[in-house]
Design a protein around this ligand. Structure first.
Ligand SMILES: Nc1ncnc2c1ncn2[C@@H]1O[C@H](COP(=O)(O)OP(=O)(O)O)[C@@H](O)[C@H]1O
Ligand SMILES: [Mg+2]
Length: 380
């Protein structure tokens, strides 16, 4: 794994276990917003077998992508990076033109990732496939800045949990691949797994210490490097955060990883179609809630020079979940303020009402601005 903060570009893989939770939608919207903010962004469609980032970006995919790259050795990776209609945003297509290649060898993945690390960009977003196969997990582990997208549904939350468990285990397995003793120990622990009784990461590493104390200490340091962030999507109420907090507890207890919260994105009616021909909603509806919530995710990233370590002012709230709760409460209050009223009103009443509404809107915007200022420690 590369700790990306020392490098030129920050690689942000987006995974989540379950399909349909919005990994591609969040990747696309976040990438477009980062581009709007003036950062050079490359988005890579790594959902081989299910590539659809291009349609989410409302781009017709005519350029060769990773499918072509893996089937034609003469194709240079650099030629896959195509411009998009959006300022500062570049795109590497998946395997739409040449389908297949879902099972890449480790050597293929490694060589691909070398090219990805050398891309000239501020942010490289990797849209990953569903599930927790080695393919997905290996791409997720390319940096410690991965995002895990989940909806508040139990199934999706459990998928996110399994994904993080697999990722941490795979990380250790890869880190100690050259150590025969540790490799044998890890294999044995998997074989002896008792269904319904989770192996805790701390127990796994304690057991490792009986094989080799030094390597166990190293394993502990390695696991601490993982700093994934949760994006809760398809949110319908502030209470949806409760299940995200349960996930944080579960991951902390059994995987020994702290899963921070990058933010929440509400269910948005305008997104429900799978194929898009018009501009993506984050650009088409810049004043909408979706754009505002995506902007928060982007701001937390760009205003945290050490991302994935978030620059939060925890004097104002307990942790990143409490901040997201405050943000959702503001959104809810805002939605109530701007909800269309029913019943007839006279023209002058309507005008007065509109004025009051505009005033309230302004106040809420100011409040939101204040919250953002208070919550983010600016760079430096
Ligand atoms: N916040 C949201 N509100 C409403 N629909 C959403 C939201 N996020 C994603 N979707 C829709 O859900 C579907 C699946 O999203 P997608 O990003 O393709 O999921 P994944 O990549 O995780 O499989 C798409 O049609 C997408 O537009
Ligand atoms: Mg997807």
């Amino acid at each position: 794994m590369v700790i990306t903060q020392r490098r030129h570009s920050k690689i942000i893989p987006v995974a989540g276990g379950k399909g349909g939770v919005g990994k591609t939608e969040i990747t696309a919207a976040l990438g477009l917003r980062l581009g709007q903010l003036g950062y050079r962004v490359v988005m890579i469609d790594l959902d081989l077998g299910g590539s659809n980032l291009h349609s989410t970006l409302a781009i017709k995919n005519r350029n060769p992508g990773l499918g072509n790259y893996f089937s034609d050795r003469s194709l240079a990776f650099e030629t896959l990076v195509s411009p998009t209609p959006y300022d500062n945003v570049f795109f590497v297509p998946g395997d739409v033109l040449v389908a297949g290649m879902p099972n890449l060898t480790f050597a293929q993945k490694k060589s691909l990732l070398k090219h990805v690390e050398n891309l000239d960009a501020d942010y490289v977003l990797l849209d990953l496939g569903s599930g927790a196969s080695n393919n997905v997990v290996d791409f997720f582990l390319v940096s410690n800045s991965g995002l895990v997208v989940s909806s508040p549904h139990v199934g999706s939350i459990l998928n996110a949990y399994s994904f993080l468990k697999n990722a941490a285990y795979r990380f250790l397995q890869r880190a100690f691949a050259k150590d025969k003793e540790i490799t044998a120990y890890l294999r044995k622990r998997v074989r002896e797994r008792i269904p319904g009784k989770p192996t805790r990461m701390t127990d796994l590493i304690d057991g490792m210490a009986e094989v080799n104390t030094e390597q166990a200490a190293k394993a502990r340091r390695f696991v601490n490097l993982l700093q994934p962030s949760l994006v809760l999507n398809h949110v319908r109420s502030v209470d949806d955060l409760n299940i995200a907090e349960s996930l944080r507890e579960l991951v902390s207890k059994n995987v020994d990883i702290y899963l921070q919260n990058l933010g929440a994105v509400a269910f948005h009616d305008g997104l429900a179609s799978t194929y898009r021909t018009t501009s993506p909603p984050v650009l088409a509806e810049p004043g909408g809630l979706f754009a505002a919530q995506i902007d928060r995710l982007a701001q937390k990233i760009v205003q945290s020079p050490e991302f994935p370590t978030l620059a939060l002012d925890t004097n104002m709230y307990e942790d990143s979940y409490a901040l997201t709760r405050i943000e959702l409460q503001y959104d809810q209050a805002n939605a109530q303020q701007t909800a269309p009223s029913d019943g007839a009103i006279s023209e002058s009443d309507a005008e007065e009402f509109l004025q009051v509404m505009a005033q309230q809107r302004k106040q809420i915007q100011e409040l939101q601005g204040t919250v953002r200022m208070l919550t983010m420690r600016g760079p430096g």
